[in-house]
Design a protein. Sequence first.
Length: 295
Amino acid sequence: MRSSRIEKGIIFAILSSVFSSTATVVASIGTRDLSPLLFLSVTGLISSIILFLYSYARREGLTRKSIKKNARDILHVTVLRSFIGQSFLMVGISLTTGIVAIFFTKMEPYFVLIWNWILGRERIKRRHLVLLLIHLFGAFLLISGGVLTLGSNELGDLLIIIAVALLALSYIPGKRLSKSIGAINSNAMTTGTAALVMLPISIVVFGYFGESIHPIGWAYALTVALLFNVFALTLWYASLKTVKGWIVSALRAIGPLAAAPFAFFVFGQVLGAVQIIGASIIIATSYIISRENKK
């Protein structure tokens, strides 16, 4: 029975990655047509409304008691993942290409493992560390193509690194929250709260910098709201119920297998030879790491 739950959690983690990676490609285009922060708040509001309606339709909605009981974890995930982490991520992917960003975000398991070691006192096995260092080397090849330069793309990559480190911090409270109030309620509450706070900030920033809005940006926002906020995040919470956080994070590196062809055929984004080698290393180490969950 436990084995069945674990296998289901692994499937949820992989599907979450596929939806998340595809959404990242769309967001890299959409945040150029709609301000990154405005894009983030709009997608969060749309998805939280959908999730809350679905939850209450199934009579599984949140109560004041459950919110009060889990207030600390709700606050942690909302701030770390849905507000600050996603803000850095959206701005970052607006400055680089989506096909690079989808692989670059897969450095997350390295940070998850480090945070679990620091905060959760979870012992790091030598083979896990070696695998993740190889994983990180693959990410370096993907990002740089073997040559380090400093430009807007590299600034975007740096912001994504910061975002990934913050997102990794949300795995521990996210796991507790998912077990306590469920995946859908956890997603709706944290995403919706962050979106409400972000909306006035994004409007002020938009007015100050005089950023332009293209109508197609709204369509991209709706697409990302469904792919990432509704499907990917809900599946992420669900996977955390039965699978270790760092393994869930590592499995998310499989998503680019679907998203990379999507980026090429829809938006014409391609990888260089060295970047392909880096992407292959990431996929290979992710597969090996995923098998550790069954040991």
